[in-house]
Design a protein around this ligand. Structure first.
Ligand code: HEC
Ligand code: HEC
Ligand code: HEC
Ligand code: HEC
Ligand code: HEC
Length: 271
């Protein structure tokens, strides 16, 4: 539990070796606070004391916010595990609807570019088509039940299982990202090709910061944000932009032109 300020088990009290300074995180390794903030404090302080200020800060934060229970609950949530792929009440395929039918993400996730929260569509959105298409598919029975006045499930929402979730003490906003040239793909992978959605990235603090420090590696022209098949090489071959030769130049150019400066201060993500 994060509010324990005692020396963690296994940490040598004196004379412990400094941990290697981890600069790059792979998406599968969830970094800990101590390698996110490698410190060069004097060796005679045991390493665990280096994270004390952070622990104190976050404890104050969580006590103030009354989210201590949430902390314990989210200690190792499934929703922070890469590959998490729960079964859904209706076997909904993004590949069929995006790649085959050609729908834009915003047709269903209609708040993603206007609000912090990205909604999952209501039954009415599905019904627009499925009152006409695949009318007898057994896979769509739960949908038909919800649209049938005589059925006990009439009007109830479909209970989609949530896959991505950051802990409650983290502030995250979708619109602030997609309207600044960050594609769904950077954070969710190739959803357009998924038969069943799974978690592609670990959503850890180290992962957020990795991009906040070098957003140029992810920035793309705004009109390509919802195109998950975007290929920057192809884009450059088709569009000539002054002073831009490589895909790296393109990222740097967009960053400069839009003055993109993602925050790295604690308060931006933990208010
Ligand atoms: C026809 C409607 C529809 C379209 C179009 C659509 N989605 Fe979805 N999306 C859903 C539904 C329904 C769910 C919940 C069920 C599931 O996870 O498969 C969902 C779930 C998701 C999730 C997981 C949500 C969670 O629980 O964490 C992500 C991420 C996502 N969609 C991204 C996208 C992206 C990116 C696009 C565009 C390339 C897109 N979707 C297009 C209907 C749609
Ligand atoms: C714009 C129209 C449209 C919307 C909106 C739409 N679908 Fe579909 N859906 C289709 C089409 C077209 C197919 C493919 C039909 C085919 O291949 O024969 C399909 C196929 C499916 C299938 C496969 C059916 C089977 O038996 O193979 C499921 C399940 C499904 N959709 C669920 C949903 C759900 C759930 C939603 C709402 C979140 C939704 N669809 C929204 C057009 C739509
Ligand atoms: C910068 C990273 C990032 C980008 C870009 C991004 N997402 Fe997300 N998405 C997240 C995170 C983090 C969560 C979990 C948020 C939370 O817990 O509030 C999430 C959650 C979701 C959910 C689940 C919300 C719910 O309440 O069930 C959906 C749906 C979703 N994203 C769709 C999209 C779509 C569609 C796009 C592109 C148009 C997109 N996201 C772009 C990081 C991102
Ligand atoms: C792939 C790159 C990328 C990832 C991953 C990413 N961000 Fe960002 N973030 C950005 C960019 C770009 C901006 C916009 C900066 C600007 O407008 O100058 C931004 C802005 C923000 C802001 C300031 C805008 C606002 O909403 O107040 C917050 C807070 C934020 N991100 C939180 C997060 C969190 C939390 C995560 C991880 C769960 C995350 N970000 C992951 C690129 C990213
Ligand atoms: C760009 C967004 C972002 C910024 C900036 C940020 N954090 Fe976080 N932080 C997160 C996310 C997302 C999580 C939850 C995921 C995780 O545990 O890695 C988190 C988790 C934490 C935790 C819990 C860690 C654990 O392992 O339980 C602490 C403590 C924390 N942050 C402290 C800080 C402090 C102190 C700062 C400033 C030096 C900071 N954060 C800056 C996004 C951010």
């Amino acid at each position: 539990m994060v509010c324990t300020l005692a020396r963690p088990a296994g940490e040598p009290f004196l004379g412990g070796k400094d941990p290697p300074l981890v600069k790059n995180f792979t998406s599968s390794a969830r970094p800990t606070l101590s390698n996110v903030f490698p410190t060069v404090m004097a060796n005679f302080f045991p390493r665990w004391t280096n994270v004390l200020p952070f622990k104190i800060a976050i404890c104050a934060l969580s006590l103030a916010g009354g989210v201590v229970a949430a902390f314990t609950y989210y200690a190792t949530p499934k929703t922070l595990v890469v590959g998490y792929q729960p079964a859904q009440p209706i076997p909904f395929s993004h590949r069929i609807h995006v790649e085959q039918v050609g729908l834009d993400c915003r047709y269903c996730h209609s708040f993603v570019d206007v609000a912090g929260h990205s909604n999952v569509p209501t039954s009415n959105t599905c019904w627009n088509c499925h009152q006409h298409v695949q009318k007898d598919s057994p896979k769509l029975q739960p949908l038909r039940d919800r649209m049938n006045e005589k059925h006990p499930d009439y009007g109830k929402p479909i209970e989609w299982v949530r896959i991505h979730k950051t802990p409650d003490y983290v502030y995250f906003n979708h619109a602030a990202h997609v309207n600044r040239g960050i594609s769904c793909q950077s954070c969710h992978g190739r959803v357009d090709q998924m038969e069943v959605v799974y978690q592609d990235q670990n959503l850890s603090m180290g992962w957020c910061l990795e991009c906040h420090r070098e957003p140029e590696k992810h920035l793309r022209p705004l009109e390509e944000v919802y195109n998950l098949a975007y290929d920057p090489e192809k884009f450059l071959a088709e569009n000539s932009i002054e002073g831009v030769k490589t895909t790296e130049d393109l990222g740097k150019k967009l960053k400069e032109q839009w003055q993109v400066k993602p925050p790295v201060s604690c308060a931006a993500c933990h208010h």
